[in-house]
Design a protein around this ligand. Sequence first.
Ligand code: AMP
Ligand code: MG
Length: 341
Amino acid sequence: MRGIKTCHLKVDRVNPEKDAIARAGMVLRRGGLVAFPTETVYGLGAAATNTRAVARIFEVKGRPPDNPLIVHISSRSQLKAVVKDITVEAELLMNDFWPGPLTIILPAAPVVPDIVTGGLTTVAVRMPDHPVALALIKAAGVPVAAPSANLSGQPSPTQAAHVLQDFDGRIDAILDGGPAGIGVESTVLDLTTQAPTVLRPGGITLEELGSCLGGVNINITDGAAKHTHYAPHAPLYLVTGSGPAVASKIRRLAEAEKRNGRRVGILTYVDSEDFSSAGKVVFAGYKGSPETVAAGLYAALRSFNELAVDIILVEGLEEKGIGLTVMNRLKKAADGRLIQV
Ligand code: AMP
Ligand code: MG
């Protein structure tokens, strides 16, 4: 479905051109939708105070209305407008991690429309660490509600081309600032519960949160589990374990699938074993450097849609640091298809 012309605005990542930013800011002020790069993934933004504009985000994404959006701000003074009060823990976290990939949940101010919060009394807020995102929010003059710029259920976009795959002709503009940096979404931390609760692991690791909050106990739940999939079209099997058993399991599974006439895709790492005889191989960075895997993960998952494979086998990573976030996304993409050796 292509109804409108999506204005493609190329911008410099570090010093975004002022006219492009001004134009995109105007689109937001007039109730339009603008996709923009952040340091995590590309977001799909609307003026957070414009109920109709925010409703369009849900419409084009096919997002369930009870899945709330993150409000993006460019300054601390904007925070005061969207939340009711700011806790001591919030201050500590913002000092350490903003601008950056940490979303905090606080009691919502009355000005935040229900459609943004999914009807909750709390609101999720973050300040992105990306010159294009910050300039856009400033130009819009209002906080910007923005989920990831992908069709609901698809892997998040880390390049402008991914956004256009899903939304060309359906959104008003895209600021194309090149690839997003970290490659996985922000960490979502609820500060309205008795102990701070991680609802989604992300770009800020549990280790980093722990050292910022000192002795404070941090809970972890999977609050987003019912909504998010990050999944390519073919079923994905996540193989975990340690040592060479993982690779031999992947080879045996691949052989069995091929005997049944199925085309096998394998998601692996540059520094892993050679799986080229077992199936169509896609690399997501180096497993010895989980940051590189995070940066390449979603592009790798999306590329399987073009490779026309019937099944995808993935080698798991150690659940440490950003590796925990990568494994969280892979488990969701696997939707229960976990194989432990
Ligand atoms: P997305 O913007 O698509 O990356 O997703 C935003 C994430 O933040 C989702 O997992 C939401 O469920 C979560 N979220 C946003 N607002 C709230 C809130 N007020 N309470 C709990 N979770 C929230
Ligand atoms: Mg998303």
